[in-house]
Design a binder for this molecule. Structure first.
Ligand code: AMP
Ligand code: GLY
Length: 424
């Protein structure tokens, strides 16, 4: 098979690395990729949201399967674009259509979906600038902290958690009337604060049946001890020890089955990953959010733990025959530690020379924000690498990743050295 992966982060490098091991693979392309993906496939300078260029490339290279990494092209309808095109319509796309991607693309839509299909989630209401007065009254009825969510995609920054009522109201006003978060904030979801521990569950769905992939926990804040600004993710651990069988049974019965059945009832044909962000509230799971893709850096611990041939899994997704396969997973722990550019998630510099990237046998070094100019590898983003290791314990896995993180160097390198500590 000739395969095209869309995206350029650590998640896409992990997909590339895994697909490169498939017996079914002939040629592998990544658009646009990074310096890591070019070691196991061919990078092509096409933006994942430039559908016409993607079409041209898919036609020219006789691509048999397209795997979509990030949410943006999915929310913009890349799957529908393929289905509605005479030339592309029979080429499978891993990732939902525009309707399914709304689970991530609109918080108001996903909350309505959860209520409609009785999926446990925080109580909420959504508001626009026309209903600002009602929003204020609703806020007053809630207990702090207040959770405000911009409805649309806001690059992971659209959720505010605020202790003070007056400040919450100011922020609400600036989202609804002053365009904070742009049009993504034209509608705002206000919801009840859920107190508990978070984890993520990933489901691969063929439109009918599904496979539950390994669980993972990510570390969102920039600072150790979960302090400071939110980031795309500073590390991840899989499996999550507190997500034991009893908890996962509840997740499947109360959340996954109603979600899959809900998609069917709503006539949404969903072929791709569903990433369910959960809060464990005293042993009971509640959905915080749905994403229509895999997580990053969660993919960098989930995918290495899957023993199956990923292309075989994807072929079965495309054919609606996922139930014919058995998912096989590595029992060991996987840990990933993300190395970022100094200043991230605020302003940071790019173009720093990276050294120390020798062949590591103990870890998998997934590239995120890197580029190669032919001679050297340089930083090109906030998150630069995700370093994944296996271990028989969380400590064993993280120690290997930390020791590898020490060997890689570039000006301004930073990583959290407490990944996984809370789970030990
Ligand atoms: P989201 O983009 O919806 O995942 O929200 C970002 C983060 O905000 C989540 O990972 C949680 O840590 C937090 N969060 C979102 N909604 C809630 C909630 N209802 N209660 C508590 N924390 C929340
Ligand atoms: N790590 C969180 C995400 O991918 O959204």
């Amino acid at each position: 098979m000739n395969v095209l992966i869309l995206g350029s982060g650590g998640r896409e490098h992990a997909f590339t690395w895994k697909i490169a091991q498939s017996k079914k693979l002939e040629n592998l392309y990544i658009a646009p990729g990074n310096a890591g993906t070019s070691q196991c496939g061919t990078n092509v300078a096409i933006s994942p949201t430039d559908f016409e260029s993607v079409k041209h490339f898919v036609w020219e290279k006789n691509i048999h399967l397209v795997v979509v990494g990030p949410e943006d092209p999915l929310v913009k309808g890349i799957h529908d674009f393929f289905l509605n095109d005479e030339v592309l319509k029979d080429i499978p796309v891993i990732g939902p259509g525009k309707d399914g991607a709304m689970l991530e693309g609109s918080k108001a839509f996903s909350k309505q979906f959860m209520i409609r299909h009785k999926v446990p989630t925080a109580a909420y209401r959504s508001f626009t600038k026309e209903t600002l007065k009602e929003a204020e009254a609703f806020l007053k009825k809630l207990n702090p902290p207040y959770v405000l969510k911009a409805d649309g995609l806001a690059a992971g920054k659209g959720v505010l958690i605020i202790e003070n009522e007056e400040e919450a109201f100011m922020e609400l006003k600036s989202m609804l009337t002053e365009g904070k978060f742009g049009s993504a904030g034209n509608t705002v979801v206000i919801e009840e604060f859920l107190k508990g521990i978070e984890c993520s569950v990933f489901v691969l769905c063929d439109g009918n049946s599904y496979k539950i992939l390994p669980t993972a926990k990510d570390y969102k804040r920039i600072g150790e001890g979960d302090t400071g600004l939110n980031t795309g993710g500073m590390g991840a651990i899989s499996p999550v020890p507190f997500a034991n069988n009893e908890f996962l049974q509840k997740v499947e019965q109360r959340i996954i089955i109603p979600t899959i059945e809900g998609l069917k009832k709503d006539n949404i044909s969903y072929k791709g990953f569903i990433f369910i962000g959960l809060m464990n509230v005293g042993g009971d799971p509640f959905v915080i959010e749905y994403n229509c893709r895999m997580g990053d850096p969660e993919t960098e611990v989930v995918i290495p733990r899957i023993k199956n041939d990923l292309l075989e899994l994807f072929e079965h997704v495309a054919a609606g025959k996922l139930s014919e396969l058995t998912l096989e997973t590595d029992e060991r722990f996987a840990a990933t530690v993300v190395l970022v550019s100094g200043g991230y998630p605020g302003e940071y510099q790019k173009g720093k020379t990276i050294t120390g990237l020798t062949r590591e046998t103990n870890c998998m070094v997934f590239h995120a924000g890197t580029r190669s100019d032919g001679e050297e590898i340089q930083t090109s983003g906030g998150r630069v690498f995700a370093i994944t290791s296996f271990g028989n314990s969380i400590n064993d896995a993280t120690s290997k990743s930390f020791s590898c993180a020490e060997k890689i160097n570039y000006e301004g390198k930073y990583y959290r050295s407490d990944i996984g500590k809370d789970l030990i």
